[in-house]
Design a protein around this ligand. Sequence first.
Ligand code: TYM
Length: 330
Amino acid sequence: MQDLVLSGIQPTNIVHIGNYIGALKQWVEIQHRHRCLFCVVDLHAITVPQDPKMLRENSLRMAATYLAVGIDPKRSHIFIQSEVPQHTELSWILETIAKISELERMTQYKDKAKKRGENVGVGLFTYPVLMAADILLYDTTAVPVGEDQMQHLEFTRVLARRFNETFGETFIVPQPLIQKVGARIMGLDDPHIKMSKSASSVLNYIALTDDADLIIKKLSKAVTDSDGKIVYDVKNKPAISNLLTIYHHATGKTLPEIEAEFSGKRYGDFKKSVAEALIFMLSPIQEKITLYQQDPGQLQKILDAGRTFALDAAEKKMNIVRERVGLGRS
Ligand code: TYM
């Protein structure tokens, strides 16, 4: 069986450097070694209310972002999840073997449910099953994600094994691919919570589309730790360690190299350098997002090709699944 990597991001208004460092940056490297499918998961996005027009715009912008960061459509397939209805079909089938108690343990669900109070849709609850369907549908062997998706990945593995035990060997049990440094980028305004697009303050994150002035401003306001030293120590110096991680990913320098570079320097100097490195990293991406958006024909062609590939692969797999479960006629 050939290796296949699949991953996806929800098409929301903001893509932040946590998404980039935790997921997108890994994807770009992985595509040179594996066959890859990258999905814009719009069905996941509607688990919270969305403006329909904005959602479509965001889906296209997300596809443009995949390309702009360096996903090569000659190597990898890019498609929009809802254009391949087999995802929801498999999700339903997997729901019949998923347990309510398992879904109730999902921390992302618990966090979101806490924020939304009474207003929690069923889709938010069953969301991890749809994610499992995204992955299992393509015989995915590895899934590059940030650490916050680890629990969903473990659940996917449980469902794959359970299905195989019940209906016979059908799904590959996928492996998570999580970076050693950068799997969990923390908020600039609070190093104890992860950087998040739903954060209450824009000072929490750097968006891939933030301009130079905004990046400088957000970095200058970023929280630091108290002892004035620029060393990597996640437990005792979470804020500076987070900035070191970001700088490491923006420059490619190792953590010891960075510690040496800033030994004896002040936090202010370091934050200025982090801002400069981010501007340097993000400006070509920003230019390319604009270029892809200005050429919607090219984007559409890439998404059409991705859909054709995904539909074919998904239908082949679903034929096997339907047969195993005994659905329809032979
Ligand atoms: P989403 O859209 O919330 O996030 C997309 C990717 O970004 C990673 N990420 C982070 N990494 C490091 N630090 C952070 N602060 C940070 N915030 C987000 C996430 O781990 C993720 O890799 N359920 C998924 C989308 C999904 C999916 C899939 C992923 C749907 N189906 C199938 C892989 C395979 C989600 O909501 O990611």
